[in-house]
Design a protein around this ligand. Structure first.
Ligand code: CP
Ligand code: NVA
Length: 315
């Protein structure tokens, strides 16, 4: 590990991978591997530090990853849901950020607007981590790439295919990280759920620089040759009113054994950020079957999140 380069990440917030260079993302990835390999060691690296964990939406993995990673290294994480805190209700996000920045070493935010996590970063003066917004889920994407690399080695030139809601936070984050790391990334989705043109245009030159072939298609044959097939729920948090419409649009893109077999590779793995709605975006056979790496991927949330915090929290 190049500790000098790692030190250059100190003080940074993680709002979206768009704010990081390819080299920096690689540092986070390699450091995550190191942190995972030392998972049974307790070093108290967060001793005397505090983490505010703000949640507007529910969470199992993200909350538990941040909380256990921080706590087991001697830090004090404080969980604050919108039932507990004034955030945006009785007090502006700016003022909340100013106050939390005086009391905490870092802030994790999960919620609706990307602008909220940006404001927290702009006004708190401490590192802020995006634990999912409507637009991005960057800590998830790092765990996804780590899982890909655990199975296939360096991710550059590998093929990842996302089948499902192509405009959601998980697909968008994969689009960015794959462009930056040279991963060939296809989104198969109906035209109505394609990722927005602005993000695609933003990623296009990045993908060209790093040799990533980025494709958006409604053709299921896009899975041919895929190292990994990925899906996410059809209805993201906050979009519950769209359930009926999404079922109709996305049923043809369900990840089932037929789609997995269509890759033409025996070693294709299945990824899912979880939670999953078994029988909708993925069949039980696939997610609970031998090709699934969803549970490793869930565990990897913890090591990648610990690595992100270790690298960015000022010493
Ligand atoms: N993948 C993920 O973010 O899971 P949670 O919603 O449980 O945190
Ligand atoms: N797209 C999903 C991801 C959950 C981890 C959601 O936003 O609900």
């Amino acid at each position: 590990m190049n500790t000098q380069k790692l030190a250059s990440l100190e003080g940074k917030s993680l709002l979206t991978w768009l704010d990081f260079t390819s080299e920096e993302i690689r540092l986070f990835l390699d450091f995550s591997k190191q942190v995972k390999s030392e998972k049974n060691e307790r070093k108290e690296r967060f001793k005397g530090k505090t983490l505010a964990m703000l949640f507007e939406k529910r969470s199992t993995r993200t909350r538990c990853a941040f909380e256990t990673a921080f706590g087991e290294e001697g830090g004090h994480p404080v969980f604050l849901s919108t039932d507990d805190i004034q955030l945006g209700a009785k007090e502006s996000v700016e003022d909340t950020a100013r106050v939390l920045g005086r009391m905490f070493s870092a802030i994790q935010f999960r919620g609706f607007k990307q602008s909220t996590v940006k404001t927290l970063a702009d006004y708190s003066g401490v590192p802020v981590y995006n634990g999912l917004t409507d637009l991005f889920h960057p800590t998830q994407a790092l765990a996804d790439i780590l899982t890909l690399e655990e199975n296939f080695g360096n991710c550059q030139g590998k093929k990842l295919v996302f089948a499902g809601d192509g405009r959601n936070n998980v697909a968008r984050s994969l689009l960015v990280i794959c462009s930056k790391l040279g991963v060939n990334f296809s989104i198969i989705t109906p035209p109505a759920l394609a990722p927005d043109a602005e993000l695609l245009a933003q990623c296009d030159p990045i993908a060209k620089t790093y040799g990533a072939n980025i494709r958006v298609s409604s053709d299921l044959n896009e899975v041919i040759g895929a190292n990994a097939v990925y899906t996410d729920v059809w209805v993201s948090m906050g979009e519950e009113s769209k359930r009926v419409e999404r079922r109709t649009l996305l049923l043809p893109y369900q990840v089932n054994q037929n789609l997995m077999d269509r890759t033409g590779r025996k070693d294709t793995i299945f990824l899912h950020c979880l939670p999953a709605v078994k029988g909708e975006e993925v069949t039980t056979e696939v997610i609970d079957g031998p090709q699934s790496r969803a549970w490793d991927e869930a565990e990897n949330r913890k090591w990648t999140i610990k690595a992100i915090m270790l690298a960015t929290l000022p010493k």
